[in-house]
Design a protein around this ligand. Structure first.
Ligand SMILES: [Zn+2]
Length: 307
């Protein structure tokens, strides 16, 4: 049987929120089979649990925000991406403020935390959402066109294309495909950082966003160049970060997908719209598990690979 996974032991991190600039403590704890991933606001007078789901996503401006009642957690996508990349099914995320810490702007620190705590196999079958027919969402036309799509695939792969009219981004790869069966999430995707442009940063700060953002947690560019002293971590770090984000956004559906995701200029809003479009068509997917690990797609049966 292909089994569900949780952490062996709890682990902690402290950082600041990208947008709020607020100090926040995060405690990642093992959870029982079929718990899923549950964020818990432990700073509220009565702690509130927010289980992840496509419907729990209530705001997608700048980051993916989940909420329940009045309780919110902003910027969940990088931690969710690390959970997707490492194949973690069950986890409690205790958090002391309303935004996940940005750490270094990628998911590498989360991968390191989760791998250090160790991954435990559980006595319950891992359940996947298998896409049975293509589902697509599309917006705009011409230079405003963007789309995202899920299609049947025995495995999980993501192909992303960005289209930034900027000399730095333009000179790097604007398209990348990552297949979980043949690639290594920790090596190929996790280190890609959030990126932004100085002019947007100034605008965002003026409206109270990106208060915790800077050169130690984002790739920052002016009109001509990357301002970070060490440059880029991957030649195509920008498009790889979009794949990192998409993996996090899509894992909010609550189960790993068996599908080929492809997207052109998609973002948090469109990724969530795609999940809702999928769930609205019950004949477009089924929930499956694998009694025989050999029937599972290559790469899924093995524990997550280290660096
Ligand atoms: Zn991101």
């Amino acid at each position: 049987m292909l089994q569900q996974r949780t952490l062996k032991t709890l682990t902690r991190a402290v950082g600041v929120g990208l947008h709020s600039g607020q100090r926040v403590e995060l405690t990642l704890r093992p959870a029982q089979p079929d718990t899923g991933i549950v964020f818990r606001r432990v700073d509220l007078p009565v702690p509130v649990d927010i289980p992840v789901s496509a419907q729990a996503v209530t705001d997608t401006r700048m980051a993916s925000t989940i909420s329940r009642g009045g309780a919110k957690v902003h910027t969940v996508e990088h931690l969710m991406s690390a959970c997707a990349g490492l194949g973690l099914d069950n986890l409690y995320v205790d958090i002391t403020a309303e935004e996940v810490p940005i750490l270094d702007g990628s998911s590498a620190s989360f991968v390191f935390l989760l791998q250090s705590a160790g991954i435990e196999l559980q006595q319950a079958p891992r359940r996947f959402i298998r896409v049975l027919r293509p589902v697509e969402v599309r917006e705009g036309e011409g230079e405003n066109l963007k789309w995202a799509r899920l299609a049947p695939y025995h495995g999980y792969k993501l192909a992303f294309e960005i289209d930034f009219d900027h000399r730095v981004v333009d000179s790097t790869g604007q398209r990348f495909e990552f297949d979980l069966s043949t690639g290594s999430y920790a090596r190929d995707i996790a280190r890609a950082r959030t990126f932004g442009f100085t002019k947007d940063l100034e605008m965002m700060r003026a409206s109270g966003l990106a208060l915790g953002g800077g050169l130690d947690n984002a790739v920052v560019m002016d009109d001509y160049r990357v301002l970070n002293a060490d440059g880029l971590r991957y030649d195509d770090e920008f498009v790889k970060h979009k794949i990192l984000d998409a993996m996090g956004d899509l894992y909010l559906v609550g189960k790993p997908l068996l599908a080929a995701y492809s997207a052109f200029r998609s973002g948090h809003a469109m990724n969530n719209k795609l999940l809702r479009a999928l769930l609205a068509q019950p004949d477009a997917f089924e929930v499956v598990s694998f009694d025989d690990e050999k029937q599972a797609p290559a790469g899924f049966a093995r524990p997550a690979r280290a660096w």
